[in-house]
Ligand binder design. Structure first.
Ligand code: GAL
Length: 675
């Protein structure tokens, strides 16, 4: 077997063969002599897609109605002549000073009612008609000029919609919120019912009395808060639609915007957004505030693949090395950028792009890494960029292959919004932490999962994992129950099924919507103080959460050995219909959690599990003729494995035993078995 397989055209439909390798580029920050050097070096690095005009508004329209496209024309032509595709920003992400000066009423307000001023970016209220009018004028002019330009292969609407301005509490937003509520509830009484306004004298007589959840003296109405998240996500989605509609009316080039599936931004319900994208694109930055950042990277990549409905997706931004917006911005270790990039590819990305091409020397992001760092081409970062570019080219045959799994993992932005509200049993319970812990335990046992929305069709899966799904509608919960009744397996963890879509508790015993399928009923919650833990009868330990659980048909597989709930079940297993549902009433230590999940995976017969050594990720992408097994070594030692085939990274045949170097990656091509 050799290294030359035919490259397939990228299924992303961007006119490139094989995988995409690219970046954000901000030529407006540089003189034109630099542009030419940049394009020469882009070719040297193998760049085939460049995002421009992301923050171009004040350049293109320096004064109201006065458009200057000459520079953009020139850079687009230069990139095109050099065979580099253009990912064209609509430029609306940040309004120019003339606009905010002319219309200060479009500035966003935060929850305490104070205004956020221009001088940073995204200083606009998502509901502002004035902002929208001016933004759409710019989009119309840009699409008119470049709508059929052969250099442009992708439209990039705005930038990270909602990164800073997702939640606006101004009067314009208040009016839009009321319109959204009226559309949803039709009658004010239905809203009163859904929000439980009989409580604390909150009953509304008319729509005009309703406000966004601005800062209050006490706890705020949780359903109001929840609906405000929904409204805010919908409002920006509507904004995306408005731009996309203009683009699509006169251009056939695919349209996208860059998502932020990340630990620190929760305001967009991307399950609702994803179907509107021609290509799903995500931005991801390692977050060193998390204990093991690369695991969150894997989760983000899997979630993005879920949003793309299993189809290849595009990593629109990540960093070559340090970012500049965390408390301490760590440079990446040698090989780490390659490992990060290939982890995204392993989990379904057909392209890897960076923010940004050339490191800025002015402005807020001057200490953010780039493909071409301040130190220039005689640098480790540059050498690694060139190496990665060459590898991405060699990996062209991987394009279009898919990741398969028979384990579904339920993830919900709505549940995140609802779970992390105030006045809950424990301030230590955070939805995303539970999601990550459960995901990481699956990672530890080598299980590849498909991340799905609540209510997603589970046909074809063997196991569904449902971490702390506090908020779930009856119909979405029923999908899990029916799945188990029909022979599927489920793992459901504590604080699931508690409330419906209005945040109304299901009385009669927790976990409410999952009571029947789990065969248990809990009376009360007993949160555990931070740093405390409780020993379990099976040798594991419990922390964070326990509950007074009664068996209603389920068998107990572990009980508490100490604390107020001695002898009460902590882990249960219930045969329900033709299937099995396990319930974890507590936060198990990582080993016990991995063991429990391993039992569930084995019993379910799921096959999406790879033999792994701790710290080594193994993920399989399946193509028409070959499979590509990504072996990603996060450890400090070389690791042996028995995955045979041709390694596209080192370009050697692995006959029986391979060695993946410490911090390295192998991508082992295997001929598909024909049956
Ligand atoms: C993203 C943004 C880029 C850049 C980058 C820095 O949020 O889209 O423009 O700011 O972060 O990490």
């Amino acid at each position: 077997m050799n290294s030359t397989e035919a490259h397939r055209p990228s299924p992303l439909g961007l006119g490139t063969d094989g995988l995409v390798f690219g970046c954000d580029y901000n030529p407006e920050q540089w003189g034109k002599e630099v542009w030419r050097e940049d394009v020469r070096l882009m070719r040297e690095a193998g760049v085939n897609l460049v995002a421009i005009n992301i923050f171009g508004w004040s350049h293109i329209e320096p004064r109201r109605g006065e458009f200057h496209f000459d520079d953009l024309d020139e850079i687009i032509a230069l990139l095109h002549e050099n065979g580099i595709g253009v990912n064209l920003g609509t430029g609306t992400s940040s309004p120019p000073p003339w606009l905010t000066t002319l219309h200060p009423e479009m500035l966003p307000q935060v929850s305490d009612g104070t205004t956020r001023w221009p001088g940073g970016r995204q200083a606009w209220c998502p509901s502002s008609p004035v902002f929208r009018e001016h933004a759409m004028t710019l989009v119309r002019a840009t699409v008119k000029r470049y709508g059929s330009n052969p250099a442009v292969v992708l439209w990039h609407v705005s930038n990270e919609l909602g990164c800073h301005n997702a939640l606006c509490y101004c009067d314009v937003s208040a009016a839009a919120f009321r319109v959204w509520l009226e559309r949803h509830y039709t009658s004010i009484e239905a809203l009163n019912e859904a929000w439980g306004t009989a409580f604390w004298s909150q009953h509304y007589a008319q729509w005009s009395e309703i406000l966004p959840p601005r800062d209050t003296l006490s706890f705020i109405n949780p359903s109001q808060q929840l609906d405000f998240f929904r409204f805010s996500s919908d409002e920006l989605l509507d904004y995306f639609r408005a731009e996309a509609e203009i683009i699509r009316s006169s251009s056939t080039i695919p349209v996208t915007t860059n998502f932020m599936v990340t630990a620190h931004i929760k305001t967009q319900d991307y399950w609702r957004w994803a179907p509107e994208m021609d290509i799903v694109a995500n931005d991801h930055y390692l977050d060193h505030r998390l204990s093991v950042p690369h695991r969150e990277l894997s989760f983000s990549a899997d979630a993005t693949r879920g949003l793309a409905d299993g189809k290849p997706w595009l990593l629109m931004e990540h960093s070559t090395s340090a970012v500049n917006w965390q408390p301490r911005n760590r440079a990446k270790a040698p090989g780490e950028m390659m490992r990060n990039s290939l982890t995204h590819v392993a989990r379904g990305a057909d392209g890897v792009c960076f923010f940004q091409w050339r490191a800025s020397v002015k402005g807020t992001e001057k200490f953010h890494s780039a493909m071409l760092p301040h130190s220039g081409t005689d640098s480790r970062v540059w050498r690694e960029v060139v190496e990665l570019g060459a590898l991405m080219h060699r990996l062209g045959e991987v394009a279009g292959s898919v990741v398969r799994s028979d384990i579904a993992f339920v993830f919900s932005w709505e549940a995140w919004w609802a779970t992390d509200q105030e006045a809950h049993p424990s301030t230590d319970l955070h939805y995303l932490e539970q999601v990550h812990q459960t995901y990481e335990a699956l990672l530890a046992i080598g299980a590849t999962v498909t991340i799905v929305a609540p209510g997603a069709d589970l046909t074809g899966y063997r196991l569904v994992v449902v971490p702390s799904l506090y908020l779930v509608s009856d119909s979405d919960a029923r999908v899990v129950t029916d799945f188990v009744a029909n022979g599927g397996h489920a793992v459901i963890t504590f604080f699931s099924g508690i409330v419906d879509e209005h945040d109304e508790v299901r009385p009669g015993g927790y976990p409410g919507a999952f009571r029947a399928v789990t065969g248990i009923s809990s009376e009360e919650f007993y949160p555990i103080a931070p740093h405390d833990s409780v020993a379990l009868s099976d040798g594991g330990t419990a922390s964070l959460w326990t509950e007074l659980l009664h068996l209603e048909g389920a068998e107990s597989t572990a009980t508490y050995l100490e604390g107020p709930l001695i002898g009460v079940s902590a882990v249960t297993r219930n045969v329900f219909g033709k299937g099995v549902a396990r319930y974890l009433a507590t936060s198990l230590d990582s080993i016990a959690l991995a063991e429990e999940l391993h039992r569930a995976v084995s019993e379910s017969g799921a096959v999406a599990v790879a033999p792994v050594t701790a710290g080594v990720e193994v993920v399989r992408r399946s193509g028409a003729e070959h499979d590509y097994v990504f072996v990603i070594n996060h450890t400090n030692s070389d690791v042996e494995h028995s995955i045979a085939g041709y390694d596209l990274v080192t370009e050697i045949d692995i006959v029986t035993r391979g060695v993946v170097a410490s911090g390295g990656v192998q991508i082992v091509r295997q001929k598909k078995e024909t049956s």
